[in-house]
Design a protein around this ligand. Sequence first.
Ligand code: SF4
Length: 223
Amino acid sequence: MATTQVPGAQRYLPDRRTLSALREAAAGCHGCELYRDATQTVFGEGRGAPLMLVGEQPGDQEDRQGHPFVGPAGRLLDRAIHDAGIDPELVYATNAVKHFKFTRREGKRRIHQKPGRTEVVACRPWLIAEIDAVRPQLVVCLGATAAQSLLGAAFRVSTGRGELLNPPTGAQCRPPVLATVHPSAVLRDRSDRRDEAYRAFVDDLRVAATAVTGEHRLYDGAV
Ligand code: SF4
């Protein structure tokens, strides 16, 4: 794992690592520069759950409302979870990076900016602590940022999606991981293949659903 040029979140982690204690402590995190311009920390939501979904970072709506996956991509994700036959009560949802990174256009409009590797690494202690507290059977990474946070910078969703993978030892992530695209990638697809992209996304979530119900043998090869 690369080192960061910023303090990182580790020093803000509380001694008690319950979800509520983590959420409260994360609200005051200054582990990287992103807290300066964002409205608030957007921590994960849900209880201890067999399935943990990890996105990239909060978007504009999430930043304003303080909850993950409440914008357009979140609505598509809700539909896909339903279509994959997953009970939403069994899902914990969070992001690899807890503050919204953006640029301003025309004075006011906030445009999403992909978090850099430094910010992903800085924020990673929150994600690892969440995984330890939620104790999921499987972590589903939505998009490259989340996948690379747990599987390493060389991981490519395009070639490794939909497979059950054991994270590398140094990742500190105990449960297996499945990577797929971020729902915003399906939303942004303006081509005539958007329906196909949505079906492939749901298919990946079905693999995850089957894995947590114990009907799918976990991949145990080297990552
Ligand atoms: S993005 Fe993560 S590390 Fe950076 S300030 Fe926010 S919570 Fe802390």
